[in-house]
Design a binder for this molecule. Structure first.
Ligand SMILES: [Zn+2]
Length: 193
């Protein structure tokens, strides 16, 4: 399909903005995310863990004020999809952290967010349960992050060797970015006609 390895396309968004960088892509970054303002220069591991857990905690407040089934912007996912995607990001992130802790030489697989969204049928999953699952996933993720060794790495097929910091930073960005995604809908619905 002409898509380089490791690039997971958000087709709708790429069509509108060729400069758009999918938050699922790996790679070292610097500065702040142009969209969600996540600070790629934050190197304090525990601060990143705390930031992620705090962001997860406020999804519910945003979700309560919008229609979770509606696209957050034309052509994009619904808020409910972003919630369930973030659940899976944190669950898979937890497994990656356990791999770094318990079996680093085994490596971890890549996963395709669109395939997982379809297989899990996010649109048919309750947004209320999604918020419960999100809190639960964040608690397990936090514990795995705080217990992970800082001197070990495992292999990811696209990113190469990844350590606990890489996983935590990437997951913290996704939680931040997808909260921002959900809040786009909030801005839209509160905008006067
Ligand atoms: Zn971002």
């Amino acid at each position: 399909m002409g898509v380089p390895n490791g690039v997971k396309r958000d087709v709708a968004r790429l069509d509108r903005d060729p400069e758009y960088v999918n938050p699922s892509q790996w790679g070292r970054r610097s500065g702040r995310c142009a969209e969600c303002d996540f600070d790629w220069g934050e190197c304090d591991y525990v601060a990143l863990v705390g930031q992620c857990v705090r962001n997860v905690a406020v999804f519910g407040e945003a979700l309560s004020r919008i229609d979770p089934a509606a696209a957050v912007a034309p052509g994009l996912w619904s808020a409910n999809r972003y919630v369930w995607h973030t659940v899976d990001v944190l669950r898979f992130g937890t497994e990656r952290l356990w791999t770094i802790s318990a079996d680093p030489s085994y490596g971890v697989p890549a996963w395709d967010e669109n395939v997982v969204a379809d297989v899990r049928a996010y649109d048919d999953l309750s947004p209320v349960v999604g918020l419960i699952a999100l809190i639960e996933a964040a608690q397990a993720w936090r514990q795995a992050a705080l217990e992970a060794p800082h001197d070990a790495a495992t292999t990811h097929p696209e990113a190469g060797d990844i350590c606990a910091f890489d996983v935590v930073q990437r997951n913290a960005h996704e939680a931040c970015h997808h909260l921002w995604d959900v809040r786009r809908r909030l801005d839209e619905s509160e905008r006067p006609d």
